[in-house]
Design a protein around this ligand. Structure first.
Ligand code: DC
Length: 222
């Protein structure tokens, strides 16, 4: 049996930062499912695939192989063997990922990879539908959120730190549009699982959120 912790929530809620920390402290692996959607999005962007056509996306998917590897404990995502981890953290790729993620064929493509990772390793897995759809039996589920303003501020600082030129209002709009897209799609929408613990991180530090999750782990005998 493996231990599975699912962390879902909207863009910029701090899921990856927190999930990485918790995974490290528990010696679990961290699985960033968003990166898998982003790798597919990068392929579609490079190819200029028309994402309004499910057939075009579906045939592009046949040419795509997504896998992950770990380098110094950091997840790397491979697109047909190419490590694209450094190329997928842009708003353009994020928006395309959100759009592509609404298509059933795209979700189907990643479902088994995600479940298999959780079957074979103790994982902290973050995404949008982990607690509701991918790992309904996870021993602990967290729904991590924060106000749209807080999330936009965090994303803005993150991008600036990486030296990317960006506009705060645009990022805030992107975040709101992405929330809408991820929440209102018909298949596996972003939703809090009935048995997930709701955590609003707007007024919490990374340490406080990490501590809270670690204490929930103890309560859940993880
Ligand atoms: O977490 P992120 O920003 O890297 O995710 C990019 C997009 O991928 C997100 O807007 C929606 C989609 N996604 C998804 O639909 N399901 C997941 N489990 C993870 C991401």
């Amino acid at each position: 049996m493996t231990y599975n912790i699912a962390i879902d929530g909207p863009a910029g809620a701090g899921k990856s930062t927190i999930a990485k920390r918790v995974a490290k402290e528990l010696s679990f692996i961290y699985v960033d499912t968003g990166a898998m959607y982003r790798a597919i999005a990068l392929y579609l962007l490079r190819k200029g695939t028309n994402t309004d056509s499910a057939e075009a996306v579906s045939s592009a998917l046949e040419e795509i192989r997504i896998s992950i590897a770990y380098e110094n404990g950091e997840q790397q995502v491979l697109l047909n063997g190419e490590n694209v981890s450094g190329l997928i953290r842009t708003e353009e790729v994020g928006n395309m990922a959100s759009k592509a993620a609404a298509l059933p064929c795209v979700r189907e493509k990643l479902l088994e990879l995600q479940r298999e990772l959780a079957r074979s390793h103790d994982v902290v897995m973050d995404g949008r539908d982990i607690g509701t759809n991918i790992l309904p039996e996870a021993q602990l589920k967290i729904y991590l959120t924060a106000s749209a303003d807080t999330r936009a501020k965090r994303r803005y600082s993150e991008l600036r730190e990486k030296g990317q030129n960006c506009d705060f209002d645009e990022i805030r709009e992107d975040i709101i549009r992405r929330d809408e897209q991820d929440t209102n799609r018909t298949i596996a929408p972003l939703r809090q699982a009935a048995d997930a613990v709701y955590l609003d991180s707007s007024d919490m530090t990374i340490d406080e959120v990490t501590e809270r999750i670690k204490s929930l782990c103890r309560e859940h005998k993880i």
